[in-house]
Write a protein that binds this ligand. Structure first.
Ligand code: G1P
Length: 276
């Protein structure tokens, strides 16, 4: 019922310079796998097998990663090293990949609007691959289940400490069930004393396609960028948006500290089990 997932990947990754000078931040490896592949695997697990990237200049390595490398295939065919290609082959077998470009960086809302031509008129998932999520059942899969019940846009949320709240979109809502809120208020990166709650949006969304028209009519907000958070608030006021306190852990791989934590976690708990 939901088949498509959008990955906005046009951002610069300035916090990782010089590593990201000529390489997309989404290709930084967490142990042996690029960050973006974790997100794509999560989408596939949720049944979202048509992957769309909103990309930008200097991001060609992402398209190459999800395509066949004939030279490499030829070199290692029939050797024990083929094992190392297993996870990416699996991904390529199970999904299709489309690309469109965002030529100017005008915010997450604008990036999503650029993805419209890849999505059309159907509900879709969004993954911000900076947020690496680990959970028994993938976070997007959890959200797809919820979508079946509510049929409206859903944002994943997590409780965060007061000193960190200014880095996120923050929601306030009526808790309908444990961890499921109907959104009433939503602000992009408020100062701690203006935050409506401690529930921060993390980079997983299910969006209904009316969001595109709403974004078109959303003026630039925080940092003079078109914010998805602002468009979602309009959607919440006109209809319904749910927030879901997901089960699992999230690492902020957009920061060096979060990236190191994710690397340690994956090395200890995932890499050893699956790959060693
Ligand atoms: C974006 C969203 C923000 C959300 C965050 C999650 O911000 O605008 O609402 O809380 O992702 O990672 P960014 O971190 O891209 O500035």
């Amino acid at each position: 019922m939901i088949n498509k997932c959008l990955f906005p990947v046009a951002g610069y990754g300035t916090r990782f310079l010089p590593a990201t000078k000529s390489m997309p931040k989404e290709m930084l490896p967490v142990v042996n796998k690029p960050l973006v592949q974790y997100g794509v695997e999560e989408a596939i697990e949720a049944g979202l097998k048509e992957i769309g990237f909103v990309t930008g200049r200097g991001k060609r390595a992402i398209a190459d990663h999800f395509d066949v490398s004939y030279e490499l295939e030829h070199q290692i065919a029939g050797t024990s090293k083929e094992e190392y290609l297993k996870s990416i082959r699996e991904v390529m077998k199970n999904a299709s990949f489309s690309f469109t470009r965002q030529s100017e960086m005008r915010g997450l809302g604008d990036a999503i609007l650029n993805g419209r031509r890849l999505i059309g008129d159907e509900p879709f998932g969004v993954v911000l691959s900076d947020d690496l999520c680990v959970a028994e059942e993938g976070v997007l899969a959890q959200m797809v289940k919820l979508y079946r019940q509510f049929r409206c846009s859903i944002v994943a949320v997590q409780e965060v400490a007061k000193e960190d709240i200014h880095k996120f979109g923050v929601i306030k809502g009526k808790e309908l069930k444990d961890g499921i809120y109907q959104v009433e208020e939503m602000v992009e990166k408020p100062p701690a004393d203006k935050a409506p709650s401690n529930l921060a949006i993390i980079g997983r969304y299910i969006l209904t396609p009316d969001i595109f028209e709403i974004i078109e009519n959303t003026p630039p907000g925080k940092n003079d960028e078109v914010q998805l958070t602002d468009a979602l608030l309009t959607q919440a006021k006109n209809g319904c948006v749910m927030a879901y306190r997901f089960k699992g852990r999230r690492f902020d791989c957009g920061s060096v500290e979060g990236f190191v934590d994710a690397t340690n976690y994956v090395y200890k708990n995932i890499y050893n089990v699956n790959e060693a």
